[in-house]
Design a binder for this molecule. Structure first.
Ligand code: TMP
Length: 235
């Protein structure tokens, strides 16, 4: 499958047309951004690592019966995916309080809530991807209530699968962000990526951060953390 013209370039990926109108090629870049593009850098080989990590995780989700846009990893940087129309929403699952929620509500990072927390954010860079609720999402025309319910339900299932997957690797799945799209035949599927860019992953024994917080918070050894996640996933 050959890449044709570039359809879109995001912060961490490029999307290319292919000769098949149902298929696109997604290319993973080394660029890293944080805090809505305020902090920017290139992390050596991040694209390669995230391409492989996300491919393994999407493969595991397929085995668990979860439908996604992912078809196959083509090479070090590229994956073949189904064309989808992305819902301009981020679904954020929080198993442990960290990051923006810890800050916004003044809760110590690492607090385990008794309930499962799912935030939705409106994907709009100019507004800084604000936290919204279901009524806002519908009023904005991003999705219907039924579509939101479907996405919440898939999100909960993904969380169950990923908690177990990472637990087996000695990792706590603290939180993560996912996105959904609609295929040309109208099916809602998981899209985008799941990687240390989009998850908080802490070593179960030491609580060491093995994710993008190493970049956001200038903790060093960013690439090494991503390599550690890939190494454990490949075991
Ligand atoms: P937050 O603490 O910034 O709200 O992030 C929660 C989780 O979602 C964390 O694992 C990072 C991920 N995330 C993204 O991947 N992209 C985003 O744009 C945001 C806001 C969060």
């Amino acid at each position: 499958m050959e890449k044709q013209q570039m359809l879109y370039e995001g912060k961490a990926k490029q999307v290319f047309k292919t000769e098949n109108p149902d298929l696109i090629i997604i290319r993973y870049k080394d660029d890293a951004t944080a805090y809505n593009n305020v902090k920017k850098a290139s992390i050596d080989n991040k694209g390669l690592l995230n391409n492989e990590i996300s491919a393994i995780i999407f493969g595991k989700l397929h085995e668990a019966g979860i439908k996604t846009h992912f078809i196959e990893r083509l090479n070090e940087r590229d994956q073949l995916c189904r064309v989808v129309k992305i819902f301009p929403l981020e679904f954020i699952v929080r198993n442990i309080i960290a990051g923006s929620m810890a800050k916004r509500l003044d809760i110590p990072e690492g607090t385990k809530p008794n309930n499962l927390i799912i935030d939705i954010c409106y994907k709009k860079d100019e507004l800084g991807d604000p936290l919204i609720n279901n009524d806002h999402a519908v009023a904005l025309g991003t999705a219907t209530y039924e579509e939101l319910e479907t996405m919440y339900s898939i999100t909960r299932k993904i969380n169950e699968v990923l908690i177990e997957l990472f637990k087996e690797l000695g990792i706590t799945l603290v939180d993560f962000k996912i996105e959904f799209g609609k295929t040309l035949d109208g099916e809602i599927v998981l899209a985008d990526e799941i990687s240390p860019d989009t998850c908080r992953l802490w070593d179960i024994e030491t609580n060491e951060k093995l994710d993008k917080d190493r970049f956001r918070r200038d903790l060093g050894k960013v690439k090494e953390a991503y390599e550690e996640i890939l190494k454990r996933l490949k075991k």
